[in-house]
Design a protein around this ligand. Structure first.
Ligand code: ZN
Length: 203
């Protein structure tokens, strides 16, 4: 499986990082080794001093597709959860300044913790999915899928023009505002439609 991540999909987050508004979805990949087993702590990596959390809705692809039409895109994903797109912001800033790829800042081991998936057709409000994260018992990010610049269908159509999607692939759909640093000892709790999905610590 592969993990695809969409960048810059919520206006308020684009402003907080002082980025430009995208005209089409931008994406990058993380390898399977970015997964973190449920119940395991996230090991703070030794190559960064500025690890940021980005709380995101994550789609699960349910069948193979290439160059998927936006109108039929919803047939290609069936389940959703929340996850963290961990980012070594210090390394990312250096890569951006040099015009280099970002992989070392985004694709490192355990950088994509995510919860168990729920079928989208069992959600209370699939047209506007609420999600969020509590850091040490305080809300730091709360988002709604209606605030996305690019819809799930648009994302699936765009990504599959370039990369074949396979069953089991996961798509992180971008973070709302409120990103920030984590530190050793922090506790992160993730929520979908108000329900706790999973939690873990930074060690
Ligand atoms: Zn992200």
């Amino acid at each position: 499986m592969k993990i695809i991540c969409i960048g810059r999909n919520y206006l308020a987050h684009i402003k907080e990082l002082d980025n430009d508004l995208p005209t089409e979805p931008m994406f990058f990949l993380k390898p399977e080794t970015a997964l973190l087993a449920l119940g395991e702590p996230f090991p703070y990596p030794d190559f960064s001093h500025e690890i940021h959390y980005e709380t995101e809705l994550v789609l699960r692809v349910c069948k193979t597709g290439k160059a998927i039409d936006e109108k039929s895109a919803s047939e290609y994903y069936d389940a959703i959860t929340v996850g963290i797109d961990f980012t070594a912001r210090d390394l990312q800033s250096k890569c951006k300044a040099k015009g280099h790829p970002w992989e070392i800042a985004k694709a490192f081991d355990y950088s994509a913790p995510m919860g168990g998936f729920r079928k989208i057709n069992t959600l209370k409000h699939p047209e506007d999915i609420a999600f969020g994260m509590k850091l040490n018992d305080n809300w730091v990010q709360q988002g709604h899928s209606r605030d996305m610049i690019f819809s799930f269908d648009r994302i699936v159509a765009h990504v599959s023009r370039f990369v074949t999607l396979n069953e089991g692939d996961c798509i992180f759909t971008g973070t709302p505002q409120g990103v920030g640093e984590v530190h050793v000892g922090d506790k992160l709790e993730l929520f979908l439609e108000g329900d706790p999905v999973f939690e873990f610590e930074v060690k």
